[in-house]
Design a protein around this ligand. Structure first.
Ligand code: HEC
Length: 126
């Protein structure tokens, strides 16, 4: 083995290491999954007060699907609710899980205005 091929091997090894590090870190920062969020939403009883689709249940919980806040504000609220909602600490529900729940709630359609709901037709203009 001469000096040049040894050097090439070192370069190749460093390249492989850098590639591996990139792949490994990309795996860690997996994007939030709405699919996983759906399960977490059900598994953590959010539906109990907010409805199975985050539509809200009137007396118990607000409509949270789709969320009206950015993800940071959403997580902050769940950690320290200001009303009747129980707090969820990050030991029970890590930020990554809440980001998944957020992704799930974002798949919900926005609420229609009352004037766009035919059943409420008689109330139009009132
Ligand atoms: C025991 C009932 C209950 C449960 C369980 C519950 N919530 Fe709530 N949540 C509420 C109520 C009631 C409110 C309205 C404000 C308040 O009283 O805190 C609320 C408000 C919120 C808000 C703020 C809405 C806004 O934008 O103004 C978010 C976000 C939220 N809940 C997310 C969640 C998530 C995520 C879960 C599951 C991990 C969950 N909640 C579980 C009762 C509940």
């Amino acid at each position: 083995m001469n000096r040049t091929s040894g050097c090439r091997r070192v370069v190749l090894a460093l390249f492989a290491l850098a590639l591996f590090a990139t792949v490994a870190s990309a795996d860690q920062a997996a994007p939030p999954s709405a699919e996983k969020g759906k399960r977490l939403y059900a598994g953590n009883a959010c539906y109990f007060c907010h409805g199975t689709l985050g539509q809200g249940l009137g007396v118990n919980g607000a409509r949270i699907g789709p969320p009206s806040r950015a993800v940071a504000g959403f997580i902050a609220y769940v950690r320290r609710p200001t009303g009747a909602m129980p707090a969820f600490t990050d030991r029970i529900l890590p930020d990554a899980d809440l980001a998944d729940i957020y992704a799930f709630l974002r798949t919900m359609p926005t609420a229609k205005a009352a004037k766009d709901i035919p059943l409420l037709g008689p109330l139009k203009g009132k």
